[in-house]
Design a protein. Structure first.
Length: 219
């Protein structure tokens, strides 16, 4: 599954999915813990809340992934069709230039930007496109999104299978979730070139802040 998620999701997307999962389950367990009864009934309630939340959020995230993939692919199809049916080369070049990120344009001088536009324009003008806007890879990417969100809740669920006291289980679960947030920030630092300890601590602070906002707003 590790290779599977790496194949269909980039590092930022993978870390983002796990972050969403951790925040969601932490929000629910903290909220449910305030109302959970004592004994096995309370443990069962918290376990169901932890797992059910991430299953639901995983499904939602998977659907959003598919919808985003369809919108992006449709945009590419529209660009190719627009270029191929443009009134003249100037109009076609304007369509291509409009697709470049402003940050990329700022890195290039006018001559290089023009050369890049011409190169892309030449490629698009002769491209053959299909009308398919949903592919097998999109479905696999959605499955990878669901999987990452789901597995992020497993550490939080384990204490409810081990401890019979819901208070103890909840505290251990929350501790593991905070450790997960720290590790996530630590890993994020390896991609961004930042200090791992600072990023880990910052991720914990951001996670707790988002959880607090969610709870205060009734989430």
């Amino acid at each position: 599954m590790k290779r599977f998620t790496r194949k269909y999701l980039d590092p930022a997307s993978r870390l983002g999915e796990i972050l969403f999962g951790l925040i969601m389950v932490l929000t629910v367990t903290l909220t449910a813990g305030l109302k959970a009864p004592e004994g096995k009934a309370g443990v069962r309630q918290l376990l169901i809340a932890a797992i059910g939340t991430n299953v639901a959020w995983g499904i939602i995230d998977a659907v959003m992934y598919i919808m985003n993939a369809m919108v992006v692919r449709r945009g590419k199809i529209r660009l190719v069709e627009g270029v191929q049916h443009a009134a003249d080369s100037k109009a076609a070049a304007a369509l291509v230039e409009g697709e470049f990120e402003p940050e990329l344009q700022e890195l290039l001088d006018p001559k290089d930007a023009e050369a890049l536009s011409k190169s892309v324009l030449k490629h698009i003008a002769g491209a053959h496109i299909t009308k398919k806007i949903l592919t097998r890879d999109d479905l696999y990417g959605a499955l990878a999104s669901f999987w990452l969100v789901f597995i992020s809740c497993l550490p939080a669920a384990l204490p409810f299978l081990i401890f019979s006291d819901p208070t103890v289980a909840l505290r251990v679960s929350n501790f593991l979730l905070l450790c997960g947030l720290f590790y996530l920030g630590y890993k994020w630092a390896s991609y961004s070139g930042r200090n791992p300890l600072l990023m880990g601590s910052g991720m914990v602070a951001v996670g707790l802040g988002l959880v607090s906002v969610a709870i205060l707003l009734g989430g």
